[in-house]
Design a protein around this ligand. Structure first.
Ligand code: SAH
Length: 387
């Protein structure tokens, strides 16, 4: 296949540490199908190797800057081995964590999560699909799982011209897998659950909140109760709110797997729940607010900000004096500064004196590369009501 040629702007992007070349920066399209291509600049200088996606807006994803590198099964094996090595410290406290975080691990468009003895992968670009066999072989030999499931039902696959499917790639994978997160056990649902079966990215924030929880606690947007289970270890009573009946059903099963204070599961809209609790004069000593991504694209940021402002403001008003609140946003389009600004606005409108006690982000298994903003999306803040 002929090399791809990229514009000066595209080449600059690579030099700046970002691995994507957009369609608009492609000067010569490779003539072959999706796969690996050599990449040159406009003066025909070799820039390295990339995954090529003929139908995507993201045409090229940098694999290796070395023009003499050989991109083969051994190359993928080595990158996967390095990603897995980076996770070694996690293997004690938990058996559910991300093994490969795409661009964050130098493996663009590849996600792999571990749930105990099983793996769930996502192959999110047309170029990467060509390496499916090699990737599965490497995961088999490096992690020896009992099964590998592909949750290739993510919407981004459509933009790559790929089908959306959930399929078994090796062995067998149960519908539910019981995993351990320090002192808590919960069931992940790899075939049908959100993301690859659980929100692994909040693990360290859940542990942090577990340490400071007390009194009466509220978990808004609870999903299958992940924060609630941790809160129940220290708080006296927990209320978990979510609109999804299926998620709450698993949350109840999860509560039964753990010791701890009682948890009430409430199927309700969190906004409405917070408003009616305020009317009733209810107060909480510990609150978690972990909404879904309100901003799915850049255009939705205005509405999303109003949603975040509203839900945070309501929650702040419910804090008892000295009460603590952990709040998060997983919208990539809501940047760190705007997340903070939103909290400042909500605090000032809440009529409460709210302190920022701690800022947090992604756990160690979701490396955020500073020159690749898309690898980072999760922001969290621990707040305290000062009076
Ligand atoms: N805190 C969870 C993840 C939350 S994901 C964890 O750590 O695992 C977001 C959740 O919000 C989903 O379970 C979804 O069902 C729920 N949700 C979405 N809109 C909602 C709303 N308006 N009110 C309550 N829950 C909502």
């Amino acid at each position: 296949m002929d090399a791809a040629r990229v514009s000066a702007r595209g080449a600059l992007r690579w030099q700046g540490g970002h691995p994507w070349i957009f369609r608009s920066d492609l000067v010569t399209r490779p003539d072959g199908p999706a796969g690996v291509v050599a990449v040159h600049d406009v003066r025909n200088q070799a820039l390295g190797w990339a995954l090529w996606s003929p139908t995507s807006e993201i045409s090229l994803r940098l694999l290796d800057r070395d023009p003499t590198a050989r991109i083969d099964a051994a190359w993928f094996h080595e990158r996967i081995r390095r990603a897995l090595d980076r996770r070694t410290p996690l293997a004690g406290p938990t058996n559910a964590y991300r093994l490969i975080h795409g661009e964050g691990d130098g493996l663009p468009s590849l996600v792999c999560d571990r749930y105990d003895r099983w793996l769930v992968v996502q192959l999110l670009s047309a170029g990467l699909e060509q390496w499916r066999g090699a990737i599965v072989d490497s995961l088999q030999s490096l992690a020896s799982p009992e099964g590998i499931l592909a949750r290739n039902d993510a919407a981004v696959r459509e933009r790559e011209g790929l089908p959306r499917t959930t399929e078994l790639l090796a062995g067998d994978v149960p519908r539910e897998i019981e995993v351990r997160e320090e002192d808590v056990r919960y069931l992940a649902a790899p075939w049908t659950g959100q993301k690859t079966g659980a929100f692994l990215d909040q693990r360290e924030n859940r542990l942090r909140v577990a340490h400071v929880a007390r009194g009466r606690a509220l978990d808004c947007f609870s999903y299958h109760g992940s924060f609630a289970l941790h809160l129940a270890r220290r708080a006296d009573h927990v209320t978990a709110v979510d609109t999804s009946r299926d998620a709450l059903e698993r949350a109840r099963a999860n509560a039964a797997l753990n010791a701890g204070s009682p948890i009430d599961f409430v199927e309700a809209d969190a906004f409405e729940y917070l408003r009616s609790a305020e009317r009733a004069g209810t107060r909480f000593d510990t609150i978690v607010v972990d909404p879904p991504a309100f901003a799915k694209n850049r255009g939705a940021i205005g509405n999303a900000l109003r949603g975040y402002h509203e839900v945070n403001l309501r929650a702040m008003r419910l804090l008892s004096p000295g009460g603590l609140m952990f709040t998060a946003s997983c919208s990539y389009h809501l940047t760190k500064p705007r997340f903070l600004e939103m909290l400042e606005g909500a605090a000032s409108d809440s009529g409460r004196r709210i302190a920022l006690r701690e800022l947090s982000g992604q756990p160690l298994d979701h490396p955020e590369i500073l020159s690749i903003p898309e690898t980072g999306y999760l922001k969290g803040a621990l707040l305290e009501a000062m009076d």
